[in-house]
Design a protein around this ligand. Sequence first.
Ligand SMILES: *Cc1c(COP(=O)(O)O)cnc(C)c1O
Length: 385
Amino acid sequence: MPKKNYLLTPGPSPVPPEVLSRMAEPIIHHRTPQYQEIFKEVCEGLKFVFKTSKPVYTFTSSGTGAMESAIVNFLSPGDKVITVDAGKFGERWGKMAAAFGLDAKVIKVEYGKPIEPRQIEEALKAEPKTKAVYTTLCETSTGTAMDIKAIAAVVAKTNAILVVDAISGLGADPLDTDLWGVDIVVSGSQKGLMIPPGLGFMSVSDKAWKLVESAKLPKFYFDLKQYKKSIDKNDVPWTPAISLVIGLREALRMIKAEGSMEAVWKRYANLGEATRQAFKGIGLEIFSSRPSNAVTAVKSPASVDSEKIVKIMRDEYGVSIAEGQAEMKGKIFRIATMGYISEFDIAVGLSLIERVLDRLGYKFEFGGTIKAFQESFVKGELVNK
Ligand SMILES: *Cc1c(COP(=O)(O)O)cnc(C)c1O
């Protein structure tokens, strides 16, 4: 029998067949009423997912392009910023700030822990000229969700803007952009939004827009003023990734069909919780002290190199999960519960993880993950009820 592939990685994540077939349709031209109609629906759908009444800009880039856009459009060389480094992706904010000549205060947080909002409060007090705070909703490398609501409450009291990388967290971890007062949210297409890689997104508050006029960092492709001019006409300045946008319309329709983002968040909260319970069911520990519902990072048993688990699962069985990055290499593995990954996909992943752990000499009772997983759903609110 041919190998059946399962993608349980925190980006790219699987794409629903309905979306794939729409993307296979013949290409259409983008400077047409037909395309503008599609893009208009996409922009509305993005506002629904981002929980904002402000426009959400779409870039042809991976998520990192949207991150870069969230720097170059709002700041000038030498501007003071705070970046939170609680993992590989928070570290990226710091690297970008350095690349663009910003004066960055990097707050280092132990991997697996969230930043305490108090730490940001203190850093802002120490440097009142800070223009922006850069952090992450779900730190994908550690499976940690930051307390964005509390951080936003702290930043809102100052002149600084809050920028949140929600590339992996969007859709799975709660993020109430307007209500919480998050100024800029950036995301990408290949995680919770259920389409292939290639699109980046950014929402911008009125407070953040005020910085656009004075920002002197060089930019051209990501120049937000160009995007603002065209978005009112349901257009973009450069040729868009037409097929991805058409796929996105389909994916957004699926999300909207659930009624509210609160309902979507709840579904992933149940799935995330059941997944965490599953690993505890065979005596394993969750790496994060404030786990995200988009991805679960699990500590590998002391005797087992997590790289081996990932490699055997992928190369011998076609089931992809993710390794630990940087100093977490070999010590943790990560399984995604975002986008088009259902409870049944996770059940497949869990049963294979058990087989592989057994092969690698870890002692536990077979079926322990699945038992705890099932019990969590039956005790909690069942996803498909
Ligand atoms: C995946 C990811 C990124 C990087 O996005 P690319 O699409 O690879 O550029 C950035 N931040 C977080 C939190 C991510 O999970």
